[in-house]
Design a protein around this ligand. Structure first.
Ligand code: B1M
Length: 210
């Protein structure tokens, strides 16, 4: 097994020490940081995402793998040369107004980071106006809205309307998710995509930035 393949295995196993040691060794051997990210760290999280989707891995294990992946990222990110970006695209992500649930949103954010996206996490209870301001400031490719309460689902529609009113709706793809959210609801409110979990969110986001 090559060192790169070992990085993949250690990310899946959630072994942060193994990931950081191997990542450092690859760096010392002169392997390009972007190659380590793509073929090692992101490749590992891809496997994790697939297994999570098939119920072969569970939330705590995914979080541990994401932490291990971050350990490697911390080493290679500062080494990326200017212009060479690890980013597959930028995603603004938050839980909508009135909603404080963030465990699922954080998990999805980590999966997206694992897939090479830069995630700007605005946190919880984020108003439509705050989303609009953040889109203007950060110019993301994607806006991710999370809601866990049936009572906060309407805030997703309000956020999309506010993006329209601000004249910036066409600049971004809007992805929605959260336990009470469905594909039908996403279509109803004019979202561009619905994801039931982090792995699907990653697949959809990759499609969005193609
Ligand atoms: Co709350 N809560 N909660 N809660 N809570 C639920 C959601 C509830 C279903 C429990 C129940 O009654 N059975 C219920 C909602 C009922 C409804 O609206 N239909 C509920 C309620 C009622 C409430 C309060 C109103 C309770 C009260 O105070 N009376 C209150 C509201 C607070 C508020 O938000 N304003 C409240 C509070 C809380 C806690 C603070 C105690 C805590 C949140 C802690 C935190 O998040 N930091 C909490 C928790 C933990 C839950 C449950 C138990 C677990 C939610 C969770 O984290 N799941 C939940 C019941 C349950 O689901 N069993 C419940 C694990 C997480 C990994 O899954 O969030 O679904 P999930 O995320 C998934 C997908 O949905 C998807 O990917 C994730 C990974 O697979 N996904 C996305 C999520 N966001 C996405 C975004 C995407 C794509 C995919 O793209 C942008």
């Amino acid at each position: 097994m090559s060192k790169m393949e070992k990085v993949v295995e250690e990310v899946i196993a959630g072994n942060i020490d193994g990931v950081t040691e191997l990542t450092q060794e690859l760096v010392d051997e002169g392997i390009e940081p972007s190659q380590i990210i793509k073929e090692g760290l992101v490749a590992g999280m891809d496997v994790v995402g697939g297994r999570f989707k098939k119920n072969e891995m569970f939330v705590p294990e995914v979080l541990i793998s994401a932490k291990a992946m971050h350990g490697g990222m911390d080493i290679v990110k500062p080494l990326l040369t200017e212009g060479e970006s690890s980013s597959a695209g930028t995603v603004i992500m938050a839980t909508v107004e009135g909603d404080l649930h963030d465990i699922g949103k954080n998990l999805v954010a980590m999966m997206l980071e694992g897939a090479g996206f830069e995630v700007i996490d605005l946190g919880v209870d984020v108003t439509a106006d705050e989303f609009v301001e953040a889109v203007k400031e950060h110019q993301p490719d994607i806006v991710g809205l999370s809601a866990l309460l049936t009572t906060t689902m309407p805030a997703m529609e309000e956020t999309i309307k506010s993006l329209e009113e601000a004249g910036i709706r066409d600049q971004v793809k809007v992805m929605v998710g959260g336990a009470p959210v469905s594909e039908d609801f996403a279509n109803e409110i004019g979202a561009d995509g619905y994801a039931a979990d982090g792995s699907t969110a990653t697949d959809i986001s990759r499609e969005f930035v193609k």
